[in-house]
Design a protein around this ligand. Structure first.
Ligand SMILES: Cc1cc2nc3c(=O)[nH]c(=O)nc-3n(C[C@H](O)[C@H](O)[C@H](O)COP(=O)(O)OP(=O)(O)OC[C@H]3O[C@@H](n4cnc5c(N)ncnc54)[C@H](O)[C@@H]3O)c2cc1C
Length: 534
C-alpha cells in the first residue's frame, strides 16, 4: 500500500460514522489507527495533505525522491521496546539499514569529531580526545541511562486514569523532573570543564531544535541515548513507515482519506461528537483524536469557547512553537558509490564552539553565517535506493531558522510568492550549496537538480502555523505541563503526536501507544510485549 494510493476526500462516498476519528496521518496517527483497529474499532484517519504520512512522507521531482522529516532513527538494532512497538503496529516489519560505526560526524570549522556506535566505543573515543574529562564522560553516559529509566514512570503517568494520576502522579513524575526541569547547559556545565567537549556532545541539538541553554536536559538525554547504539535508516526511505503501518487500519475495515482537512472538532456539552470538514460536511464518531499538535488543536480546531471553558488558553501560555528550517533537496545523476557519499550524517558548525551564540546571532540577524548545517545522504544509507533509482542519488542539506525570517511572505500563495521570495530562496540555496561543496567536494559539478523548502513550505504542507519542525519547544517548561497527555478535559477527545511525548518518530510512535492505553483502559506496553512473545 504505497503512500500515493489513497482515496481523496472529494471522491469518498462511504460511511459518515466511525468508532474513532484520528486527525492527521503522521506516524502517531497511523500507529494509533493500527492499535485501535487491532482492538476492534472502526477507524477513520483524515489527512489534509495530498500525500499521507506527515513528516514521514516523501516527495518526488524529476525522478528523484526525498525524505522530508526522517534521516535516521535509533534503538532498532536489536529487539528493543521501540522495535517491538514498530513491529506490532506494522503489517510486515520495517527493515532497518545500519548506518555503520559512525552515525554522526561533527565539524566545527575544520575540526571534526565522530559519534561512534556503542556505549563503550563512544566513551573510549571521547576519553581519548579529552583524557582530563574521563570521569565526567563516564558519569555523563551513566546519567543518560538513569534519565531514560526515570522517563518510564513519567510517561506512564500520562496514560493512567485521572484518579490515579491525582493520587500517584506527583511520585510518578518526580524523578524524571529532576532531569527535565534543568537545562542541558546547566547539567553539562556541572559535569564538564572543556567548552569544546560540551559543544561537541550537544551537536545533535538540531534533532530537537533548541540550543543547550534552553533545552531540557531530559530531551538532550533522550536523543543522545536514542542513537548511542547506532543510527538506522528505514529500507525504502521514510515512506516505509506509512507503507508498513497504514495497511493495518485498512485491513481491519478502516479508512484513510487524503486532501481531507478538518476545519473544526464538533463539541456538544463538552463532549466530542465529530468533525466538520472544510466543505461544511461532517463525520461523527464516538471518540476523536487530534495528532496535529497542541497549538493547531487548541488555537484552530476546537471552538474558542470550549478551549476557554476548559482553561486551555491559560495552559497554552507556557507552550512555545519550536524553531523551523530550510532544506535544500539535491538530486545527482551519479550513484552514492560513485560519489563516495557517506552513511553518516554531517553536523557542520562555525568555528565558535557555542551553539547558543551561533544560533541567536543568525536568528537575530547579527550575522548571515548559518548557525549549523546538517547533511543527510539517503542514497548511501538505503540499500534499496539503487533498485528504485538506478544511477542516481539524493542529498538533503538543512539549517535551522525562525519563522520571522519568512514572515513577510506569509499569506502569499505557494509557487506565487513573488520575485523577492525567489531571490531570498536563491541566496539560502547558494549558502547551503557552499557548505555541501566544502564538506563533500565529490559532488561539485555533478548536481542535476535542487529545490529549497522554507518554513512556509512546512506551513503549507504539514499545516504547522509557524512551520514548526518539532511541534512545541522541548524546554523545561514543557515537561511541567500536565495537560500534554492523551486524555483531555473534553469528554471523548484525546491527543496524540509529538507534543504528547517528544519529537522524533520514536517519540510520536510512543504517543500513540500511550493514547491507545488511555482510550482502551489497558497497559498497551505490556500487551505489545506479550504479543511479541507469542
Ligand atoms: C526536517 C526534519 C527532520 C527530521 N528528522 C528526524 C529524524 O532524522 N529522526 C526522527 O526520529 N525524527 C525526525 N524528525 C521529527 C519527526 O519527523 C517528527 O517528530 C514526527 O514525524 C512527528 O509525527 P506526528 O505524527 O506527531 O506529526 P506529523 O508527522 O506532523 O503529522 C501530523 C499530520 O497532521 C496533518 N494535519 C494537520 N492539520 C490537519 C487538519 N486540520 N486536518 C487533517 N490533517 C491535518 C498534517 O498534514 C500531518 O500529516 C524530523 C523532522 C523534520 C521536520
Amino acid at each position: 500500500m504505497a503512500q500515493s494510493n489513497f482515496t481523496s476526500y472529494k471522491h469518498y462516498k462511504g460511511n459518515r460514522h466511525f468508532d474513532v476519528i484520528i486527525i492527521g496521518s503522521g506516524i502517531s496517527g497511523i500507529a494509533l489507527g493500527a492499535i485501535l483497529s487491532k482492538h476492534g474499532k472502526k477507524v477513520l484517519i483524515l489527512e489534509q495533505h495530498y500525500t499521507p504520512g506527515g513528516y514521514t512522507h516523501t516527495f518526488k521531482r524529476n525522478d528523484y525522491e526525498w525524505d522530508v522529516g526522517v534521516h535516521y532513527v535509533g534503538e532498532v538494532g536489536k529487539q528493543t521496546l521501540l522495535k517491538t512497538v514498530y513491529d506490532y503496529v506494522s503489517e510486515t516489519p520495517i527493515q532497518w539499514a545500519d548506518m555503520g560505526e559512525v552515525y554522526d560526524r561533527v565539524f566545527f570549522g575544520t575540526e571534526s569529531y565522530e559519534f561512534r556506535k556503542g556505549k563503550k566505543q563512544f566513551t573510549e573515543y571521547f576519553t581519548q580526545l579529552f583524557p582530563e574529562e574521563k570521569a565526567s564522560i563516564e558519569k555523563y553516559v551513566q546519567l543518560l541511562s538513569v534519565s531514560g529509566g526515570a522517563a518510564r514512570w513519567f510517561y506512564a503517568e500520562k496514560a493512567v486514569p485521572k484518579w490515579l494520576s491525582f493520587l500517584a502522579g506527583g511520585i510518578m513524575r518526580k524523578s524524571y523532573l529532576k532531569f527535565a526541569s534543568r537545562t542541558t547547559a546547566e547539567v553539562m556545565n556541572e559535569l564538564f570543564t572543556n567548552e569544546k567537549l560540551k559543544a561537541v556532545l550537544c551537536a545533535q541539538f538540531g534533532d530537537y531544535g533548541l540550543p543547550p541553554t534552553e533545552s531540557s536536559f531530559a530531551m538532550h538525554a533522550v536523543v543522545a541515548s536514542h542513537y548511542l547504539y547506532g543510527g538506522f535508516y528505514p529500507v525504502g526511505g521514510s515512506a516505509a513507515f506509512f507503507d508498513h503501518i497504514a495497511p493495518v487500519t485498512k485491513n481491519f475495515g478502516g479508512e484513510i482519506l487524503i486532501r481531507a482537512r478538518v476545519k473544526q472538532i464538533k463539541i456538544e456539552s463538552n463532549t466530542a461528537k465529530g468533525v466538520i470538514m472544510e466543505d461544511g460536511k461532517e463525520f461523527t464518531a464516538n471518540q476523536i483524536i487530534s495528532t496535529v499538535g497542541v497549538v493547531n488543536t487548541f488555537q484552530h480546531l476546537l471552538p474558542e469557547k470550549v478551549v476557554k471553558e476548559n482553561a486551555y488558553t491559560e495552559k497554552l501560555k507556557s507552550t512555545k512553537p519550536s524553531l523551523t528550517y530550510h532544506c535544500l533537496y539535491v538530486g545527482l545523476k551519479h550513484t552514492a558509490e560513485e560519489l563516495q557519499l557517506p552513511k553518516s550524517n554531517f553536523w557542520i558548525f562555525p568555528e565558535v564552539y557555542d551553539h547558543t551564540k551561533n544560533l541567536y546571532d543568525y536568528i537575530n540577524r547579527k550575522t548571515d553565517k548559518l548557525p549549523g548545517v546538517y547533511i543527510s545522504f539517503p542514497a548511501a544509507k538505503d540499500p534499496d535506493f539503487q533498485k528504485r533509482f538506478p544511477g542516481r542519488s539524493t542529498i538533503e542539506v538543512i539549517t535551522l531558522t525562525n519563522f520571522e525570517q519568512v514572515q513577510q511572505w506569509n499569506g502569499t500563495r505557494w509557487m506565487h510568492r513573488g520575485d523577492d521570495y525567489v531571490a531570498f530562496k536563491k541566496k539560502i540555496s547558494e549558502q547551503l550549496l557552499e557548505y555541501l561543496y566544502t564538506y563533500v567536494p565529490s559532488v561539485k559539478g555533478k548536481i542535476d537538480y535542487t529545490e529549497l523548502s522554507t518554513p512556509l513550505s512546512a506551513k503549507h504542507f504539514a499545516n504547522y502555523q509557524y512551520g514548526e519542525m518539532y511541534g512545541i519547544d522541548h524546554d523545561p517548561a514543557r515537561f511541567e505541563n500536565r495537560y500534554l497527555k492523551p486524555q483531555t478535559d473534553i469528554r471523548n477527545f484525546y491527543l496524540a503526536g509529538q507534543d504528547v511525548v517528544s519529537c522524533g518518530v520514536g517519540g510520536a510512535l510512543m504517543s500513540a501507544v500511550l493514547c491507545g492505553s488511555a482510550m482502551l483502559g489497558k497497559n498497551m506496553i505490556n500487551e505489545i510485549i506479550s504479543s511479541a512473545k507469542k
